[in-house]
Write a protein that binds this ligand. Structure first.
Ligand code: A3P
Length: 325
C-alpha cells in the first residue's frame, strides 16, 4: 500500500476520478458524518426555502419586491458584483462554496416559520443548475415566471440595448431573431441569448428530472403584471407561508408608471425603477409573426407538459396556441 503527500494525493485522486473535479455541494446537515465534522459555530439554517429561478425579463424583480413585503418572507442580501442577484448555482460563484452562499442569508429567527429565498433569473435555463440545487436544497420549492416567449425575447433585446451592448445597438431585433447559421458569431450569440430561454418546456423538463412537480410553481407573468394580488395569493398557498398577507391592500396600480406598485400610506406608491417597465416601440408585426412560428412547437410542448402535470395553461399560452391553430 502506497500513499503520497496531501497535494500529490489529491492530484492522483482527480486523475483517477476526473468527473469529481467539479464539486456538487450537499447540505452538511443531511449526512451524519458531514454534520459531525461541521463546525459547531455554523448552522445549516442559513439556506433558502425557495428560489425564484427566472427566466430573465418575465417580471422576476416585481415578484421579488412583492414577496419581500410579506412579514414571514426574507430575501437574500444583495450582491455588489452581480447586480443584486447571487447567481450561485449557475456560474463561477458555485466554486466559492456553501459558506460563501450562506453568507448571503441572515440567521433566521425561527427556521421553521421564516421563509428565506433568493432570485437569480439565469437559474431557469442554465443546464447545470437543477442538479446543483437539488443536491444542496432537495426540499426547496421553485418558482418560475413565464410570459409569451416572444415578448420575453424582445424585452431582453431592449434590456441589452439599454445597457449599451454594442451588438444589440448594431442590429435590429428582427435581424437578431432571424439570423442564419452563417451570420456573424456576435449576432448568433445575441440570437441564442434572446431566443433560448423562451424554449420553456425544454428547461422545465430539466428541472423536473431533479424536482417533484409539487415543488415547482409556474406563475403566469402576464397576470402577475396585470393583476398581481391573486397571483401572490396562489404563491402563498404554494409555499404554505403564514400568516396570509393581504396583497390586495398592499399593492396599488400606478397610472404614471403603468404598473402595480407598493401602496404607501400618505405618499406616492413605491414602484420599481426605470429599468423595469421600459418604454420602447411595439414589436414589428413581421417579427412577431416570425417568433410565433419559431416558438409554436415549443409552446405546444409546454402545453403538453402542463397538461401532464394537471396545471392550468397561462393566459398568454392559450391565446398563442389559439391564434396559431
Ligand atoms: P420591460 O421593462 O421590458 O417592460 P425582470 O424583472 O424579470 O427583468 O422583468 C422585467 C419586466 O417585468 C419588465 O419588462 C416589465 O414588463 C415586467 N413587470 C411586471 N410587473 C411589473 C411591475 N409591477 N413593475 C415593473 N415591471 C413589471
Amino acid at each position: 500500500l502506497q500513499t503520497l503527500p496531501p497535494l500529490a494525493l489529491a492530484e492522483k485522486y482527480f486523475q483517477i476520478f476526473p468527473e469529481e473535479r467539479d464539486p456538487l455541494w450537499q447540505n452538511p446537515c443531511h449526512d451524519k458524518r458531514h454534520k459531525d465534522i461541521w463546525s459547531k459555530e455554523k448552522t445549516c439554517d442559513r439556506l433558502p426555502k425557495f428560489l425564484v429561478i427566472g427566466p430573465q425579463k418575465t417580471g422576476t424583480t416585481a415578484l421579488h419586491s412583492f414577496l419581500t413585503l410579506h412579514p414571514a418572507i426574507t430575501c437574500s442580501f444583495s450582491s455588489p458584483v452581480t447586480f443584486e442577484e447571487i447567481q450561485f448555482f449557475n456560474g463561477p460563484n458555485y466554486h466559492k462554496g456553501i459558506d460563501w452562499y450562506m453568507d448571503f442569508f441572515p440567521f433566521p429567527s425561527n427556521a421553521s416559520t421564516d421563509f428565506m429565498f433568493e432570485k437569480s433569473a439565469n437559474y431557469f435555463d442554465t443546464e447545470v443548475v437543477p442538479k446543483r440545487v437539488a443536491a444542496l436544497l432537495p426540499r426547496a420549492k421553485v418558482i418560475a415566471v413565464l410570459i409569451n416567449p416572444a415578448d420575453r425575447a424582445y424585452s431582453w433585446y431592449q434590456h441589452q440595448r439599454a445597457h449599451q451592448d454594442p451588438s444589440a445597438i448594431n442590429f435590429t431585433f428582427h435581424q437578431v431573431v432571424t439570423a442564419k447559421p452563417s451570420s456573424s458569431k456576435e449576432l448568433l450569440v445575441l440570437q441564442n441569448r434572446s431566443l433560448k430561454p423562451g424554449e420553456y418546456a425544454t428547461h422545465l423538463e430539466r428541472w423536473l428530472l431533479h424536482f417533484q412537480s409539487k415543488q415547482l410553481h409556474i406563475v403566469d407573468g402576464s397576470v402577475l403584471r396585470s393583476n398581481p394580488a391573486p397571483v401572490m395569493d396562489g404563491i402563498q398557498r404554494f409555499l404554505g407561508v403564514t400568516p396570509t398577507f393581504n396583497y390586495t391592500q398592499a399593492l396599488t396600480y400606478d397610472d404614471s408608471k403603468g404598473f402595480w406598485c407598493q401602496r404607501m400610506e400618505g405618499s406616492r406608491p413605491k414602484c420599481l425603477g426605470k429599468s423595469k417597465g421600459r418604454k420602447y416601440p411595439e414589436m414589428a408585426a413581421e417579427t412577431r409573426a416570425f417568433l410565433a412560428d419559431y416558438y409554436r412547437e415549443h409552446n405546444m410542448e409546454l402545453q403538453r407538459l402542463l397538461n401532464r402535470l394537471g396545471l392550468t395553461l397561462p393566459s398568454w399560452l392559450r391565446e398563442e396556441l389559439q391564434s396559431s391553430s
